[in-house]
Ligand binder design. Structure first.
Ligand SMILES: Cc1cc2nc3c(=O)[nH]c(=O)nc-3n(C[C@H](O)[C@H](O)[C@H](O)COP(=O)(O)O)c2cc1C
Length: 114
């Protein structure tokens, strides 16, 4: 599919399969969000732009349903493309409550926090 066609056809969706997300798919999403793509003049440049290449935020992932990954809150370490477990547990209810009770947040395999 051409990019233009993908842009025209895209819509937000709020219903998901209950099948677990694969770790490979989560890895791909994290790379697309903030992965390091090249080094330039001493800067590790990433897949998404940032003013002054300072990338002034972190990504956390709430894992609800990912193959072979324990439920919990993880921090994404960009430098080594790795997840660090911050707190294990089921955070579906809390994360949904924090998003004004949106059910869609409870049902997702993962929730990304910036
Ligand atoms: C900054 C931002 C925040 C959003 N927050 C939510 C949200 O909390 N819940 C939700 O269901 N959709 C959210 N959306 C998606 C919008 O509701 C959606 O993009 C809009 O209705 C247009 O529909 P479309 O994405 O299908 O074209 C958000 C979109 C943006 C850009």
């Amino acid at each position: 599919m051409f990019l233009e066609e993908a842009i025209k056809k895209r819509r937000s969706i709020r219903t998901y399969t209950t099948k677990p997300l694969t770790l490979a798919a989560l890895s791909q999403l994290l790379f697309a969000a903030q992965g390091i793509t090249t080094e330039h003049n001493g800067y590790a440049l990433r897949s998404a732009p940032s003013a002054g290449a300072v990338y002034p935020f972190d990504i956390y992932v709430i894992v609800n349903n990912v193959e072979n990954v324990r439920q919990g809150i993880y921090r994404y370490h960009v430098d080594d493309h790795a997840l660090e477990l911050i707190k294990s547990g089921d955070f579906r209810a809390q994360s949904s409550d924090a998003c004004l009770g949106q059910e869609t947040v409870r049902r997702g395999a993962v929730t990304f926090l910036w």
